[in-house]
Design a protein around this ligand. Structure first.
Ligand SMILES: C=CC1=C(C)c2cc3[nH]c(cc4nc(cc5[nH]c(cc1n2)c(C)c5CCC(=O)O)C(CCC(=O)O)=C4C)c(C)c3C=C
Ligand SMILES: [Fe+2]
Ligand SMILES: [Fe+2]
Length: 352
């Protein structure tokens, strides 16, 4: 639309085009992931952890005890300890975390794969915590003329602590806008045949490159507190279904392909069985060859590259295991992009 300055400021009804120029008519796709610190120094880490762990969807505990522990212990000691972990997996070439590098690449590859589908589509990426924020990504798309947005939280399994809070950030940003774009949200895709096939295929391919055959494969998902499950979060059930479908696709049984949960935070009970305890028990029971796949992460990050590949690899070997492999996430691989493109095209139906 064009601004017609000659009509501005007159009396009576404004003419329809007498407002500032606003582009419209385009369709935005916004992929979102969890977030990541801007740098690994104490203050960058503290800022990131403070934003993340102040989210009521993540830490539902509102007690005075939690506030004292959070401000007195966690924000004092965790930034340095976790900063070291992030530093060990940092992408030094781009000076950013792996999660950021991979998410940007997923966005660029998605945009390239949509060329020729409809030239009104723009793609952007955002992070729930840290930068680029979900809000800034929405602004970027709106500035390009997108008045319809498809928001795609890149979590195959829904959890309030991930998918819902990402949506909260998007909705909160829309609250600041006079002319809100119309917003659609892509649903979780934990049982989508394309996702199951992509994980199964990439796992088979990765196993084919190993010098050993795993006796056991763990499908390790990020945990949530048991209490959140008890209150009705569907996350556990969606993880369990993903694993059931993967077992069927891979022709493996429950002993060969097991569901576990990693990244426990705090003293409360989280979803079980725990990945680290399972790895230790398997090694002690004589299992010599182990692989871990992480289908709940759409991109490699601290939790896969450090906690699984390094920490759990060490646990396995310290307790008698011989061969260990951490299987890469789908990332921006052909299989990974097939999943994202499929979800996006399905959810854009009727718009493009
Ligand atoms: C994939 C799903 C995820 C769920 C579910 C999830 C729940 C959850 N996480 C925390 C606390 C932390 N998670 C941290 C890192 C982190 N978590 C996920 C994904 C899920 N979290 C990812 C992808 C990452 C890595 C980000 C990266 O930059 O690489 C961290 C930060 C690191 C640390 O200090 O350990 C915390 C803290 C809770 C409490 C929770 C459920 C309530
Ligand atoms: Fe997490
Ligand atoms: Fe972790």
């Amino acid at each position: 639309m064009n601004n017609d300055a000659s009509s501005a400021g007159g009396t009576g009804s404004p003419r329809p085009n007498s407002h500032p120029p606003i582009k419209s008519g385009r369709v935005g796709v916004l992929i979102a992931n969890l977030g990541t610190p801007d740098a690994t120094d104490f203050w960058s880490m503290r800022r990131y952890l403070k934003e993340f762990l102040s989210d009521k969807r993540v830490i539902e505990d509102n007690s005075l005890t939690w506030k004292l522990v959070f401000n007195g212990i966690i924000l004092t000691f965790r930034p340095r300890a976790k900063g070291r972990d992030y530093a060990s997996i940092w992408n030094r070439e781009r000076n950013e975390s792996q999660l950021k590098t991979i998410t940007r690449s997923q966005s660029e590859k998605l945009a390239a794969s949509l060329v020729g589908v409809d030239d009104r589509i723009d793609v952007a990426w955002g992070m729930r915590y840290g930068n680029p924020s979900v809000g800034s990504a929405i602004d970027e798309l709106v500035a390009k003329g997108c008045d319809r947005l498809l928001f795609v939280p890149l979590y195959p399994q829904y959890a309030a602590a991930t998918s819902a809070t990402a949506c909260d950030a998007a909705f909160r940003h829309l609250m600041t806008m006079r002319w809100q774009p119309t917003l659609r949200v892509a649903p979780p895709y934990y049982d989508d045949p394309v996702y199951i096939d992509a994980v199964a295929t990439s796992l088979r391919d990765a196993l084919g490159t190993l010098s050993f055959k795993p006796d056991v494969i763990l499908a390790s998902f990020h945990g949530i507190p048991q209490d959140y499950f008890d209150k009705g979060d569907p996350y556990y059930c969606q993880c369990a279904k993903t694993v059931r479908l993967l077992r069927a696709a891979l022709g493996l049984d429950e002993a060969q392909f097991r569901l576990t949960f990693q990244s426990r935070f705090g003293p409360a009970e989280w979803l079980q069985p725990y990945t680290d305890k399972t790895v230790e028990a398997l090694a002690k029971s004589g299992v010599k060859n182990l692989a871990i796949v992480t289908p709940g992460f759409s991109a490699d990050c601290l939790e896969t590259l450090e906690e699984i590949a390094v920490e759990n690899g060490d646990i396995f070997k310290r307790n008698g295991g011989d061969n260990f492999a951490a299987i890469p996430c789908l990332n921006d691989s052909d299989q990974g992009m097939r999943v994202i493109r499929e979800v996006v095209l399905r959810e854009l139906k009727g718009w493009v």
